[in-house]
Design a protein around this ligand. Structure first.
Ligand SMILES: NC(=O)c1ccc[n+]([C@@H]2O[C@H](COP(=O)([O-])OP(=O)(O)OC[C@H]3O[C@@H](n4cnc5c(N)ncnc54)[C@H](OP(=O)(O)O)[C@@H]3O)[C@@H](O)[C@H]2O)c1
Length: 346
């Protein structure tokens, strides 16, 4: 197959901008690249590899002229556009939560379940950013010593909410420093100099939708309905990179040295763990990088066969854009686009 024709829907957003960088950095093979956003941005120009690309409307005709669509434009846009793209022979790599728990849609972290792209029917979902970094730190351990239960507390960056939330944190910080009245649009409370124990909306069981995504998506990615996950998701005034405190219970004892060895050997994971020199993963250090960083690995003294650790990753890269591009690479490697095109045509 010739190099694929690619479109990004949501190219002007927080994830879309990083997608452009990642496609360029990884030298992703492309015959052409088209960019779409909301009607507000149509007609604007974006620079890619030194060339200006005009933002277009995403519609059936455009999708019929593309092979892969990266869709990063929110759940309602995904629900409206992805089926149109798929029906027109364009395989969708979707960043939203619209299809993640749909049993006909693979939910993929390529280092863990890359083979799942094989059974897609036109849409492959990228997991939630908090889920992705957590499963990257759990999988190398789980596959040798099954995990029974995980308790995770997240410290999530505002860029996880999108470009408007980054603006809100910066503006509120300026307003406070300059003694001006505070404005607030994105979050239910002031985010600058604060920590909000609410990411997304509350569900009937008291957990938020974000916390329930971490629980459900982990099971789907691992193909294991027995793992128990309890999450508390917290928004913090950090621009990029989510941090997570994990408490993990295994079937059998898991020595700290063994965990360090298994994690260090896993592609996409870097262990930063030297407490004596205050070396541990930091949000600022992880920003702009693709790896998931793990440190503070220690026996959890509150339960048998348990470890505690600290996991940090750039939510816009491995949490969204990089994982999406890796999925597209997996689709190409497994010739899963070709098969899909043949199905849509026939
Ligand atoms: N941020 C993260 O860390 C992260 C991680 C994983 C997944 N995600 C998911 O990725 C998606 C994008 O998130 P984001 O943070 O990049 O949001 P964002 O910064 O708010 O950007 C949204 C993008 O979608 C475009 N858009 C809005 N309505 C559209 C429509 N009707 N048709 C076409 N394009 C439309 C916007 O265009 P305009 O600029 O013209 O408004 C913009 O390019 C969301 O589904 C989010 O849940 C985000």
């Amino acid at each position: 197959m010739a190099d694929p024709r690619v479109v990004i829907v949501g190219a002007t957003g927080a994830v879309g901008k990083v997608l452009l960088q990642v496609l360029e950095e990884r030298d992703f093979p492309m015959q052409s690249l088209r960019l779409c956003a909301s009607p507000r941005s149509q007609g604007k120009k974006v620079l890619f590899r030194g060339k200006e690309i005009v933002i277009e409307e995403a519609n059936a005709k455009l999708f019929s002229e593309c092979d892969i669509a990266f869709v990063a434009a929110g759940g309602s846009t995904s629900r409206a556009l992805d089926p149109i793209a798929a029906a027109n022979g364009c395989t969708v790599v979707d960043k939203s939560s619209a299809w993640r728990m749909d049993p006909t849609v693979p939910l993929v972290v390529p280092e863990i379940n890359g083979a799942d792209v094989e059974w897609h029917r036109g849409i492959v979902s990228v997991p939630n950013c908090s889920t992705t970094q957590m499963v990257m730190a759990l999988w190398p351990l789980h596959r040798v010593n099954p995990i029974k239960r995980v308790v995770v507390d997240t410290y999530q960056a505002v860029s996880g909410t999108g470009a408007a939330a980054v603006d809100e944190l910066e503006e509120q910080t300026r307003q406070i420093v300059e003694g001006r009245p505070l404005t607030r649009e994105v979050y239910p409370h002031q985010i600058a100099f604060n920590a909000l124990p609410q990411v997304e909306t509350f569900t009937e069981n008291g957990y938020t939708t974000e916390e329930m995504k971490i629980f459900r998506e982990t099971r789907k990615i691992f193909h294991d309905e027995s793992i128990k996950v309890s999450a508390t998701a917290v928004r913090v005034p950090v621009t990029v990179s989510h941090s997570e405190a994990l408490h993990v219970e295994f079937e059998r004892p898991m020595p700290v040295d063994e965990a360090r060895r298994l994690l260090s050997a896993f592609p996409g994971v870097t262990v930063v763990d030297d407490p004596a020199s205050s070396a541990y993963p930091l949000a600022l250090d992880a920003a702009g990088k693709d790896d998931v960083f793990v440190g503070r690995i220690r026996q959890d003294i509150s339960a048998p066969n348990s470890l505690a650790m600290w996991v940090v990753s750039d939510n816009l890269r491995k949490g969204a854009a990089t994982n999406g591009v890796q999925i597209a690479e997996e689709l190409l490697k497994r010739k899963a686009l070709l098969r899909h095109r043949a199905t849509a045509a026939g």
